[in-house]
Design a protein around this ligand. Structure first.
Ligand SMILES: Nc1nc2c(c(=O)[nH]1)N[C@H]1C(S)=C(S)[C@@H](COP(=O)(O)OP(=O)(O)OC[C@H]3O[C@@H](n4cnc5c(=O)[nH]c(N)nc54)[C@H](O)[C@@H]3O)O[C@H]1N2
Ligand SMILES: Nc1nc2c(c(=O)[nH]1)N[C@H]1C(S)=C(S)[C@@H](COP(=O)(O)OP(=O)(O)OC[C@H]3O[C@@H](n4cnc5c(=O)[nH]c(N)nc54)[C@H](O)[C@@H]3O)O[C@H]1N2
Ligand code: SF4
Ligand SMILES: [Mo]
Length: 678
């Protein structure tokens, strides 16, 4: 039996595991005992991360749509058709009639090549990926206040902090190996957990206090905390004057958020708000931890700015075990952003609008044109396809037909796209709309790197030959570039791509495959001698001075009313991942949660006369689904929760397309629905 050390494909924790192969197939996983994050453990998804690889439903060959049906084709035919179609749209309608969705499931090397394909070969900045639906607000909000959009601390700091302010993160479910460190610190070291979440989650049981906030009111309670901190003389005056700017503006705004007002808006009792403010401000090693409950709002950027303000007000940034920690979701969403899978920046967050950046990349890539206009985001790409401005879309490793908001609208957009290419492991809901489907190899069948939430760039290693006639994404992208007439994309293996990334990307400048053995390096790692960076903003912020950017509370776009009286929030379960393409093909995970449900408070269940297991119909202004009720006090009266994993009753048929004006992230966490017993 051969054991290959690699990195988990699911969440951003970035656990280390071995894939065990019997020569032809992967038959099990074993945790890596010495891995700095997972230290010999894995969550249930990691333990079972090999099963979907062997699924009989893997795509086995390229498919091309002929007379309305997807039929088998050769690689030459499929790649040739893509190059021909994309070049013809480029010539007829211009480069910006094309769009590219890259993948947080794919490697850094593959994402880098996708942006090279979009920009150098086809001449457009229309490239984006699921970070838009996820931490786009974080990247914008933290870059503006601190100068870098990434997690400030390391996973190891969870063993050292004495206070955790956790909000909008169901940490034990979605980042289990980080969640367990929080619990361990609470139990073993008496660290204090301050939880701000509308739902009772597993962490509630361990929390010193749990403020069950009203969904969508985050800016109000965060301003309230800062109001109390300033009022009670707990602000870090010396730090504020030495390391930040804009304090006066902040003080003016938060003055308008006294605890009585905050209680009215958010439902957080005054005593809890005051106690939380004191504990957070008075504990030296205090970490803010947040995820989708903060970012997926039309006010997502404001919410993130507000958390950054709170940390700077109390000198909780720029130190070990004190900082602002967005938990990045996918295995490689940090990396897909780092290497430029975004419409406004090249790798290392170098601005596409900056002529000096473009001339550097022109030279590196041997091209004489690179676009300067900021590209479209995921949500805009589909809207433009609907209007007919986008003709061709190339989607690698994403499943928007289940993961985007307002699916009835999205499906119209997919139908209206002249030429859609989908590259995946499976014939996903999105692939069913495609004109060409390309079978990609899985993480077990290729080499590369993923970057975890703590900015750790780690290797994935090939443990078996590609299934059927699937091909690793990086090779497919290179062959499309070549077929389109570009000769600057030829590599023998992914380490050569990483060498190119390092040569043009200062934060990855010191990264080479030989240095990544065994467990990787944390960026910024500017040169070959640099040991990597465990925490950011040491001594000074990446942007120089930290900038306070005060924000006002703005209610969510769609509030419950007489017609749609419930506030619906959506999210995940521990057992499934996103659109279920992999976890619903994994027997252990599928057995635990085989079908969808809606969490409903006992009071509401009584009014509706439903029990756990009763079928209910949930309807919003955009769509309707039937699901089983799960009666539980995890949600408060008037609120419901539905996970978005299930295609047969997709939560995203109900969600709203409204986005944050700056980050363009949709309001996945709040919309209004009505519920009827079926
Ligand atoms: N098992 C599993 N793990 C995953 C994933 C998965 O699909 N399955 N996906 C990965 C990805 S890409 C991501 S982005 C992460 C997401 O990880 P999380 O963000 O932790 O997951 P979510 O379930 O989206 O919801 C987060 C929390 O936000 C709370 N919430 C809802 N509305 C609000 C609000 O208005 N304000 C606040 N403050 N909180 C609110 C919810 O009650 C929930 O506890 O998980 C990653 N890990
Ligand atoms: N209602 C609601 N909707 C949401 C959210 C929410 O909280 N609520 N969360 C949003 C968030 S945070 C996110 S990140 C998105 C996720 O949205 P998506 O990224 O669209 O969802 P996934 O199911 O992770 O899709 C990944 C795809 O990649 C494929 N894949 C896996 N490995 C490889 C590979 O090596 N190569 C290729 N080519 N393909 C591969 C998988 O089969 C799968 O089809 O969903 C968003 N949608
Ligand atoms: S915590 Fe995340 S990275 Fe670790 S095993 Fe579970 S899914 Fe994989
Ligand atoms: Mo995400």
């Amino acid at each position: 039996m051969a054991r290959t050390l690699t990195t988990c494909i699911y969440c951003g924790c970035g656990c280390g595991l071995y894939l065990e192969s019997d020569g032809s197939r992967i038959i099990s996983t074993v945790p890596s005992r010495n891995h700095p994050v997972s230290r010999g453990s894995l969550c249930v998804k990691g333990w079972n991360s090999f099963e979907f690889i062997n699924s009989r439903e893997r795509l086995t060959e390229p498919l091309i749509r002929r007379n309305g049906k997807l039929v088998s084709a050769t690689w030459e035919q499929a790649v040739g058709l893509i190059a021909e179609k994309f070049l013809s749209y480029k010539n007829r309608y211009g480069s910006d009639s094309l769009a590219f969705l890259t993948s947080a499931k794919a490697t850094n090397e593959e994402n880098y090549l996708m942006m090279k394909l979009a920009r150098a070969v086809f001449g457009t900045n229309n490239i984006d990926h699921c970070a838009r639906l996820c931490h786009a607000s974080t990247v914008a909000g933290l870059a503006a206040t601190m100068g870098s959009g990434a997690m400030t601390n390391s996973v190891d700091d969870f063993d050292k902090a004495d206070c955790f302010l956790v909000t909008g993160s169901d940490t034990t479910g979605q980042h289990p190996l980080i969640g367990s460190r929080i619990i361990k610190s609470v139990l073993d070291r008496k660290a204090k957990l301050l939880l701000f979440d509308p739902r009772k989650i597993r962490l509630s049981k361990y929390a010193h206090l749990h403020a069950q906030i009203r969904g969508g009111t985050d800016a109000a309670w965060i301003n309230g905390l800062m109001h109390v901190i300033i009022r009670d003389g707990l602000a870090a005056d010396k730090y504020i004057s030495e390391r930040t700017e804009g304090y006066e503006d902040l003080a003016k705004v938060v003055k308008r958020y006294p605890p009585e007002y905050v209680e009215e808006v958010t439902g957080v009792p005054e005593s809890i708000l005051v106690e939380a403010a004191h504990i957070y401000a008075e504990t030296e090693k205090a970490m803010i931890v947040f995820a989708m409950g903060i970012t997926q709002h039309t006010t997502g950027v404001n919410n993130v700015k507000s958390l950054a303000n709170l940390a700077m007000l109390t000198a909780h940034a720029g130190f070990p075990a004190a900082g602002v920690n967005p938990l990045r979701g996918q295995n490689n969403v940090q990396g897909a952003c780092d290497v430029g899978g975004l419409p406004s920046v090249y790798s290392g967050y170098q601005k596409a609008g900056d002529p000096a950046v473009r001339s550097k990349f022109k030279k590196a890539w041997g091209v004489d044109f690179l676009p300067d206009k900021t590209g479209l985001t995921v949500t805009e790409i589909f809207a433009h396809a609907c209007m007919g401005n986008i003709k061709g879309i190339y989607i690698v490793g994403e499943n928007p037909a289940l993961s985007d908001p307002d699916l009835n609208h999205l499906k119209k957009c997919l139908k209206n796209t002249d030429f859609l290419v989908v590259q995946d492991l499976f014939l996903t809901e999105t692939a069913q709309y495609a004109d060409v489907v390309l079978p990609a190899s899985s993480f077990a069948e290729k080499d590369g790197t993923f970057t975890s939430t703590e900015r750790r760039v780690q290797r994935i290693r090939k443990a078996m030959e590609p299934a059927a006639s699937s091909v690793p994404d990086w090779k497919i992208v290179c062959s499309i570039a070549k077929a389109a007439g570009y000769n600057g994309m030829e590599y023998n293996d992914p380490s050569e791509i990483m060498d190119e990334i390092a040569s043009v990307t200062p934060i990855y400048g010191g990264i080479t495959y030989s240095r990544l053995d065994p467990f990787g390096l944390q960026w910024p790692c500017p040169d070959k001698e640099h040991p990597g960076t465990p925490y950011l903003h040491k001594g000074k912020f990446t942007r120089g001075k930290g900038l306070f950017l005060p924000v006002e509370y703005i209610p969510s776009v769609e509030q419950p009313d007489d017609d749609y009286p419930f506030l619906m929030t959506t999210g995940r379960t521990y057992w499934h991942f996103h659109t279920g393409t992999m976890t619903r093909r994994t027997s252990v995970l599928d057995r635990e949660i085989p079908e969808n449900f809606v969490e409903l408070n006992p009071e509401d269940a009584k009014t509706l006369d439903v029990k756990t297991g009763s079928m209910v119909c949930v309807t919003s202004r955009r769509g309707s689904i039937e699901v089983k009720a799960k009666v539980t006090d995890r949600v408060s009266a008037g609120s419901v929760f539905i996970p978005f994993h299930f295609k047969e009753s997709a939560a995203n048929l109900l969600t709203i397309r409204e986005v944050d004006p700056e980050a363009k992230i949709p309001e996945f966490k709040v919309c209004a629905v009505k519920i009827e017993k079926v």
